[in-house]
Design a protein. Structure first.
Length: 240
């Protein structure tokens, strides 16, 4: 039997992907997972020898590695600065913005003049090694939209574009995707830099046309069938 290991609260999408790939979903309880190679994919879980099984999930680690690689990302600091936002390295869905952080892990400078926030799903190609952008492909790309502006949430002037505030992702078709080569390349660089096998990259676009890496997600929501199918098609080549 082969497994996809997942960690709460990411089980819904993890289970959907497991069933699509013909794997058995297995919840990660305190890292008590099989070590015989039967776990093929880690969905925010930790299981060596599996895809994404030994990655560093820290948002701070992502920013540091992207900055060292010369990629455009958020300005961040380990010390508080006026008007900068306290962040948690293990947050998801903007949860650290919504809650009161008594001990932030780091601080980021708000990006102004944001015109769009992009979600770019990236996966390593079967038979390649992590670490070079050419080993990766963009399998789905879209931007966040909100049909109910009354639900918008601002924290210290920053827009939180999360599902709980009515934001959804409008995905591009193949022709539109071809017009976003710079964004696709940056996203492939971002995942190769942090050494992940797959994930979703959030990117801010500003009024001057520049892109800023926001964060990467190792267990993105796969609630729509087309995104689920994109992951199934991209990952099935890794499943023997």
């Amino acid at each position: 039997m082969q497994y996809l290991a997942y960690r709460s609260p990411y089980g819904k999408s993890g289970k959907r992907l497991a069933y699509a790939l013909g794997l058995t979903p297995l919840r990660d309880f305190n890292r008590r997972l099989p070590s015989d190679g039967s776990v093929r994919i880690s969905w925010a879980a930790h299981c060596p020898e599996s895809l994404n099984g030994e990655i560093n999930w820290s948002k701070l680690n992502q920013l540091q590695q992207w900055n060292e690689a010369g990629l455009t990302t958020l300005n961040h600091s380990l010390q508080p600065k006026p008007t900068w936002l306290g962040r948690s390295g293990s947050s998801h869905g903007g949860g650290d913005f919504l809650g009161f952080l008594t001990r932030p892990t780091y601080w980021t400078k708000p990006v102004t003049d944001v015109t769009r926030e992009w979600r770019v799903h990236v996966c390593r190609k079967p038979g390649t090694r992590a670490g070079t952008p050419s080993s990766y492909q963009v399998i789905r790309l879209g931007y966040k939209v909100n049909e109910d502006p009354s639900l918008n949430k601002l924290v210290a002037g920053v827009q939180i574009r999360s599902r709980q505030f009515g934001w959804k992702i409008k995905y591009l078709n193949l022709r539109e995707l071809a017009n976003r080569k710079d964004l696709s390349l940056l996203s492939r660089w971002s995942l190769s830099t942090i050494g992940w096998d797959f994930g979703a990259v959030d990117v801010l676009e500003t009024g001057d046309g520049r892109y800023h890496l926001l964060e990467a997600n190792s267990a993105p929501g796969l609630l729509d069938d087309k995104t689920l199918e994109a992951y199934r098609a991209a990952l099935e080549g890794f499943i023997g």
